[in-house]
Design a protein around this ligand. Structure first.
Ligand SMILES: [Fe+2]
Ligand SMILES: [Fe+2]
Length: 182
């Protein structure tokens, strides 16, 4: 079942302006996470929580593409992966300005400078960390004891399909949701 276009448009508009998720959405997210994962989710910036909930809602609404129901055991890691894929961004703690700076710095200096920048101080360090957020997120989830597919997706979600360790159909659904295409 695909979300109706009007709903999708409304969700999209809301995601542009919402700085914090609604209480009901947070509760819904909690229902898919264990205690350690909930703590990680709470550390994310409000805008990232809003984005992640939107991605996860789209995944849940399209589970049938993988022949799954929300109540199936295999649905859990998929929705959790959607909720936590960007969790590494919380490490750098950058606001909008810092994120723009990070993107520009990577364009100017090259993203392979990120590990070097992360050794520095202040804004340079934060930018270095931000640019490495997929790996940092995977590390956080590993320590939290998350499903190995949830850990893998945090690390791999911006990698090409060949680099995925999760089933390719599952990864494609997660990417489509992340890109707002569902
Ligand atoms: Fe991401
Ligand atoms: Fe994302």
């Amino acid at each position: 079942m695909s979300l109706r276009p009007a709903h999708r448009a409304r969700r999209f508009l809301r995601s542009l302006v919402a700085r914090r998720p609604r209480a009901a959405d947070l509760e819904w997210a909690d229902s898919w996470l264990d205690e350690a994962e909930r703590r990680l989710f709470r550390r994310m910036a409000g805008v990232d929580q809003v984005h992640s909930i939107e991605v996860a809602r789209a995944v849940e609404a399209n589970l049938d593409r993988l022949g799954l129901q929300p109540t199936d055991a295999d649905a859990r890691w998929l929705v959790a992966a959607a909720l936590l894929h960007d969790v590494g961004k919380s490490v750098a703690g950058l606001g909008t300005y810092g994120r723009v700076m990070a993107t520009l710095s990577a364009a100017v200096g090259g993203s392979d400078m990120a590990p070097h920048w992360a050794e520095r101080r202040g804004m340079t360090r934060r930018i270095g960390l931000y640019l490495q957020y997929p790996r940092l997120g995977a590390d956080l989830l590993e320590v939290a004891g998350s499903d190995e597919r949830v850990v893998a997706w945090a690390a791999q979600h911006h990698e090409p399909e060949e680099a995925w360790s999760v089933p390719v159909e599952a990864g494609r659904l997660l990417v489509a949701a992340d890109d707002g295409e569902l």
